[in-house]
Design a protein around this ligand. Sequence first.
Ligand code: ADP
Ligand code: TRP
Length: 320
Amino acid sequence: MKTSLTGIKPTHLPHLGNYLGAIRPALSLVDQYRTLYFIADYHALTSVRDSDALRGYIRDVAATWLACGLDPERTLLYRQSDVPEVFELTWVLSCLLATGQLERGHAFKDALARGESPNAGIFNYPVLMAADILLYDTDVVPIGKDQKQHLELTRDVATRLNHAYGEGTLVVPEALIGEAPLVPGTDGEKMSKSKGNGIPLFEPPKKLRKVIMGIKTSSESLEDPKVAEGSTVYELYALVAPDEASDMKRKLEAGGYGWGHAKEALFEAVEAEIGPKREAYLSIRADETQLDAVLHAGAHKAREIAHATIQRVRSAVGID
Ligand code: ADP
Ligand code: TRP
């Protein structure tokens, strides 16, 4: 079985965009791949400065993935920081990378373009990410388009190390770029925590309903026929309830069906998808001892793989 690995940065409570764009697709790979999904807590340090908030986000993210169906018996779920071997590999990889390659990193370049002075963590971010991937003999990495450049750098440095020290030392991974379109937020822009346009995953149903009722729509009257394609309500509905989407489209285009009706249908579809997961989330999140035990057990198994890789790399480079 090939290995699929991805990292999740614990920087906020996951929203519906994370669920549809990252969590659901990654969990659908469990039957085809050996899966390793980890919480990239050291990556979060490039932006999170509040230690209590970080502790909370780590558990929020772990509980979310478990509530969404991650089975820790089948998928290794662990914290990046529980496997310190990742830093040994980070160093070896950084000695093979040109600084110019990191200077071309999107996140680093964008921060400079905004006139910021990015920290060295942002500069080195792609090296740590490459180590995250290469440490576990990963074959495929399910990611969003925004991470494509990081995967190219990972492939590049793995190929370079193999070339310098021996073919087969590291597995060269492939990106698995999701087909799913970007999930729009309540304002029609890409749903994103930083834009305040998110649809929460596990808030109480009353709150969820309020957020959905606040989605921006055009202002036709109830009787008017409406254009479904491109409207935020319809696009979200098609992602959450694809089998019923043509029915909503027909009703909107026929007229006599208002945006309020469509939002109500969307609320019900979202609630049907995440309602049962909310209960699971609340109980998993409440038992921090058990949650931490799941993460430690995952880390224990992950470390065995990491240990074998790091031994191979050390001996290849002459530090054994
Ligand atoms: P952002 O990309 O806004 O910083 P996150 O860091 O929470 O959001 O994203 C983690 C992953 O979740 C992304 O790489 C992407 O795969 C997925 N994701 C986030 N927002 C969306 C969205 N609006 N639509 C689809 N996928 C999304
Ligand atoms: N950079 C990824 C993001 O911002 C998170 C991440 C860290 C990751 N390490 C990884 C993703 C390894 C895939 C593989 O979303």
